[in-house]
Design a protein around this ligand. Structure first.
Ligand code: SAM
Length: 244
């Protein structure tokens, strides 16, 4: 997969050299390129923003600079269709399902806004050529799209085939196919600071372990995220699930 990120703060994306995403880049599974939007400015001051039409507080990112950057980047390949992802608190809410859909795209281009955001014509114009998704990572307002791009890129990258060592760890986890939050996990030692690992996990009895984990996942989800319980498929629940 190829990912391009356009930002006025390229250094903000430095964590993409580390850990899972860094390894995906090193192994060639991910071709990630970070661009400085100011490289497409044409004035001495390298200006990327201007005052908003209609008045009001703050500044708006200029369409001509963004247009030139996106034309150059998205026009740089013909075989792969680019998908432009624009982080925005007014976008569609990002979740694991969206991460899976984005992981199927061969090429994502992130346009990181700052100030009051990007002139709306940039997205309207890009839609004439490529797929455009405005995406929010939650109901709060960040100072810029970079932190949102980091979140989305990490969630997407770990779903690329070959990135996570054991693909089973992508099956049984929160926001997976069963729609539940993950059960609590434990490792050695069996007793620590007076707290014991639940006995069933030491039993070696696979069916009992699986039932305990399912019960815990159901309980945790009901307690913390009733909205997820409401979305569960009733046909996927057994009699014991309903008791929990
Ligand atoms: N005026 C905008 C509004 O009210 O919708 C907020 C602009 S915000 C200060 C600046 C930039 O941060 C946005 O253009 C976007 O790129 C990013 N941003 C802020 N909150 C975000 C969120 N929850 N999800 C994704 N991106 C966000």
């Amino acid at each position: 997969m190829r990912i391009d990120v356009v930002t006025i703060f390229p250094d903000y994306l430095a964590p993409l050299d580390l850990s899972l995403v860094g390894k995906a880049r090193d192994s060639g599974l991910l071709d990630l390129r970070v661009h400085d939007l100011r490289d497409w400015t044409t004035d001495r001051h390298r200006t990327v923003d201007d005052t908003p039409y209609g008045g009001g507080a703050g500044m708006v990112m200029k369409p001509d600079v963004w247009g030139a950057a996106l034309d150059d980047i998205t026009g740089s390949e013909v075989e792969r269709p680019a998908h432009l992802v624009v982080p925005s608190p007014a976008g569609h809410l990002f979740d694991q399902r969206m991460a899976a859909r984005l992981a199927d795209d061969p090429w994502l281009v992130f346009a990181c806004g700052r100030y009051e955001g990007i002139d709306a014509r940039v997205m309207a114009d890009a839609r004439r050529r490529v797929r455009v998704s405005e995406v929010s990572i939650g109901d709060y307002v960040l100072g810029g799209g970079e932190a949102a791009a980091l979140v989305i890129i990490e969630a997407v990258t770990r779903l690329l085939p070959g990135v996570v060592g054991n693909p089973d760890s992508l099956v049984e986890e929160s926001h997976g196919t069963d729609g539940l939050l993950e059960y609590p996990v434990y490792t050695k030692p069996p007793s620590w600071r007076g707290l014991d690992v639940p006995e069933v996990l030491l039993s070696g009895h696979h069916a009992r372990v699986a039932r305990w984990r399912r019960d815990q996942a159901l309980r945790l989800t009901a307690e913390r995220r009733p909205d997820l319980v409401a979305r569960l498929d009733p046909d996927a629940l057994d009699g014991r699930d309903r008791e929990v």
